[in-house]
Design a protein around this ligand. Sequence first.
Ligand code: AVJ
Length: 317
Amino acid sequence: TMPLTALNVPERRSGPPSDFERELVAALSARPRSISPKFFYDTAGSRLFDRICDLPEYYPTRTEFGLLADHGPDMASHFADGADLVEFGAGSLTKVRLLLDAWERPGRFIPVDISAEHLHQSAAPLRAEYPGLEVLPIAADFTRPLSLPAAERRVGFFPGSSIGNLGPVAAVRFLRQAAQCLPGGGLLVGVDLVKDPATLHRAYNDAAGVTAAFNRNLLVRANRELGADFDVAAFDHYAFYDPLQQRVEMHLVSRRAQTVTVADQCFEFAEGESLHTENSHKYTVEGFRQMARRAGFTPGPVWVDDARLFSVHWLAT
Ligand code: AVJ
């Protein structure tokens, strides 16, 4: 027979609280409430993000992919022979193939991503396709100092405008740190451009509701991983472009008053109260080059599509 204690006894969380638990509790305790978008990317969140990338309204992925496909050899010509290639926020590793195909003498490939399972699932087929390439995945938060395998020369790849999650001050701080860990090379970075607000609005409010599901997945994850009890369906996805700060903001807005328990603490949401989940900053080409200069890079060529939706910058160290 089954011991009585095994029935209906919730599993007790043990050990120190996770980063997610600490940062969610801190977010819910503060006003206004806001949390880092890095917590979107559990395995389910990384999959939802891959679906966003295929949406008709979400222009960044396909536009950047087109730039890499058209100009990959030109971009890779700036990569030193035998340098290690470090990809920040590597995700599904689709874009880097265009650079690996164009780069004649690559060193090792070091994809860095916060989503460990997704990273290892993506690395396996890449290894099979590039049998001569040494692939050394690192599951880590790339905004923190990284310990990379020793190398004389490194080049960085930071696609997708993930840098837009950081505001201008944090972006310069990140770029300065990146410049220091990329000796004798540089950084190839994708940056979404300032454009008409209607196009931006559509990109973060897709008709199929995938972006809404991606946003709400933060709460689904909290319910599963932290034993929280968010009424996920009672939160609206709200995303808008603020032309003053040149950024898209994403929020989860409680449609009714509700009490939520996270890690044995209670938090009240008033009707209409928001949890701010993401900023996605947009830049002009010149504005971004100036930031890169302030971080210690020497900005080089920039590739932009004809509709001026997206840019890819080579920044030399
Ligand atoms: C991965 C940060 C570049 O800001 O466009 C997509 C994330 N959020 N749709 C972006 C995202 C909502 C994306 N980045």
